[in-house]
Design a protein around this ligand. Sequence first.
Ligand code: FDA
Length: 303
Amino acid sequence: MFNKLIAASLPYMPKKLVWMFSKRYIAGETIDDAVRESKKLNDQGIKVTVDLLGEFITNLDEATENKESYLKIIETFETNKIDGNFSVKPTFFGLLIDEEACYQNIRTIVAKAAEYNNFIRVDMEDSPCVDQEIKIFRRLKAEFPKNVGLVVQAYLKRTYSDLQNMMDLQNGSSNLNYRLCKGIYVESPEVAYKKYEEINDNYVKDLDFIFQNKVYPGIATHDKPLVESAYKLIEKYNVPKDQYEFQMLYGVTPDLRKSIVDKGHTMRVYVPFGKDWFGYSTRRLKENPKMASLIIKALFKRG
Ligand code: FDA
């Protein structure tokens, strides 16, 4: 209840105060901020995936603007020789307005990344978007087999069968590449597992399938028991170190992150930046009020 109250009142708090809560999780407002923070991570042997903040758009002009911003981000990151790739949210490019326009926008971004031999991750959004996002991924994967990957969410009951159904896209020279995460959106019990144990069991089941089928996973979690389960699966299937990576969000559980890096595993950090940090932070907190207490804890820990 306390978390819900805090989360609900955040949009009415002064921006400066919300920034105090949020700054640990956001690289800054500008490309320069994102480049600087990415360089710092690269210096620690950590790769990045960069995300321009902002999700809800109301017209296709905004989608075009967002596409142009991403093209600029790719050029800037390549010029600065950042070891990283890029994450995109389809709704940011018009998914809920015009699926074909959205596809064309993301296609242009993937084509730009492909020029540099780089990679675009299609983030997964809430459950009504999943079919369309898989459809877009299928089209992109057919044209750019090495330059695009998808996110799958362990809390969705459908995910295991989605993994099975997408196996037709696996092909020896350019394996499938998924980021496996728990899922962040508020979903109904009809479509999603709700209990921690159920979500974790499904996460391990999905990861087991992924390793068995030689798909490349981004193991995206800050949950220590899941990291331990992933270590066990890596050992069970004797997976070479270049056939998987761990992923975490910027600013979250840096100690666990360091322990994974110290063991010699590849780590990639999701670096969100942009002017829309206020909307992003308050939306995330409203979607998942549990985060409010984590953020408050982080604030007090840091004095
Ligand atoms: P869980 O939520 O159980 O957290 C485990 C522990 O991690 C907590 O007990 C706490 O110690 C710590 N922790 C987690 N979040 C924290 C925070 N904000 N601050 C401090 N500590 C924290 N989701 C989605 O639906 N679509 C997507 O495309 C993506 N993309 C994505 C990329 C990457 C790289 C990551 C790491 C995550 C995502 N997610 C996502 C979000 C994901 O679905 C999930 O909501 C969060 O990662 C939290 O789940 P955990 O696995 O960390 O476990």
